[in-house]
Write a protein that binds this ligand. Structure first.
Ligand code: F6P
Length: 325
């Protein structure tokens, strides 16, 4: 490996900058020429590939977002787009690629690597925590903390007014953010994409709380659950349960921003360092991940095939039910 490019793609996640810094500095330490593609795969296609040195990544460790910018690039899904991207990399003699992102990013990386034989290593960067091969993805910890901080504030006003709140959180098809934040914020119930809770069960739970003098209640709604958005669910519940005045809050994209937590800064640094070292050691088509506090490699296909509900811990869900009576 002579020249390495790093990019961030898909939804941004706190800790991506820590990871970019680690990739760039580890490469430079080993005498490689380092580049950054601006706006992910779009930057490869637009030839927006900039040289980076150790100072290009100074003072970014604490910053949310990504200094390289990101995009969900449709053009890269087409062969024509990939060919242009490859030609641009070839021109700069870039033979190694570190891609930081989620499932969409890895799907693109896998096809690109298979088609052109370029060496590619993935770093799991998504607040959703939905990739197989890493106990935690970059940005997930910060996102949970952001959600918890928001729900703490909602709890203050919910309790003051004796209200029932439905709070919608992100995660796409993964309920990881919802479940963890439900535990940490003491939510009365949580609706997840991976497990079915009927509206009847939900109402029974809320009624039980009201009958034991719970003055307010919070239900966390994961965006991918089967009943729809928080507004729909609030409406459906309200038709059958009128004990509380009901309100809805959708946390939305604020969950993706903010300064990364200590955990995500360290994780980003570890994963970036490991990704560059793996490329230099001749690895390719793999994702670096954290497994039981050790950095390991998983093939991109395996990382993608693990998408689904394997990460949702039933014991934690059971605990949430018990602790919220
Ligand atoms: O994958 C991260 C994520 O924030 C998901 O939780 C969410 O469903 C999606 O991205 C939102 O995407 P966009 O920012 O493109 O609206």
């Amino acid at each position: 490996i002579k020249n390495i490019a790093v990019l961030t793609s898909g939804g941004d996640a706190p800790g991506m900058n820590a990871c970019i810094r680690a990739v760039v500095r580890t490469g430079i330490y080993h005498g490689k020429n380092m580049f950054g593609a601006v706006q992910g795969y779009q930057g490869l296609i637009n030839n927006n590939i900039i040289p980076m040195n150790a100072r290009s990544v100074s003072n970014i460790l604490h910053m949310g977002g990504t200094i390289l910018k990101t995009a969900r690039c449709l053009e890269f899904k087409e062969d024509a787009g990939m060919e242009i991207a490859f030609k641009n990399l070839q021109e700069k003699e870039i033979d190694g690629l570190v891609v930081i992102g989620g499932d969409g990013t890895f799907t693109g990386a896998k096809r690109f690597g298979e088609k052109f034989g370029i060496n590619v290593i993935g770093v799991p960067g998504t607040i959703d925590n939905d990739l197989y091969g890493s106990d935690f993805t970059l940005g997930y910890d910060t996102a949970i903390n952001t959600v918890i901080e928001a729900i703490d504030k909602i709890r203050d006003t919910a309790d003051s007014h004796d209200r029932l709140f439905f709070v919608e959180v992100m995660g796409r098809d993964s309920g990881c953010i919802a479940l963890r934040s439900a535990i940490a914020s003491g939510a009365e119930a949580v609706l997840l994409p991976e497990r079915e809770t009927s509206l009847k069960e939900l109402i029974t739970k809320l009624k039980a709380g009201a009958s034991t003098k719970k003055s307010s209640s919070i239900v966390i709604v994961s965006e991918g659950n089967k009943y729809g958005g928080a507004y729909d669910i609030a409406k459906a519940v309200k038709r059958k349960f009128t004990h509380y005045d009901t309100k809805v809050t959708i946390l939305g994209h604020l969950q993706r921003g903010g300064s990364p937590s200590g955990f995500d800064r360290i994780l980003g640094s570890r994963l970036g360092f490991a990704a560059t070292n793996a490329l230099i050691a001749g690895e390719s088509m793999k994702m670096v991940g954290l497994k039981g506090n050790k950095i390991g490699l998983t093939s991109l296909s395996e990382a993608l095939s693990g998408l689904g509900n394997y990460k949702l811990e039933d014991d934690l869900l059971e605990m949430t039910h018990v602790l919220s009576i």
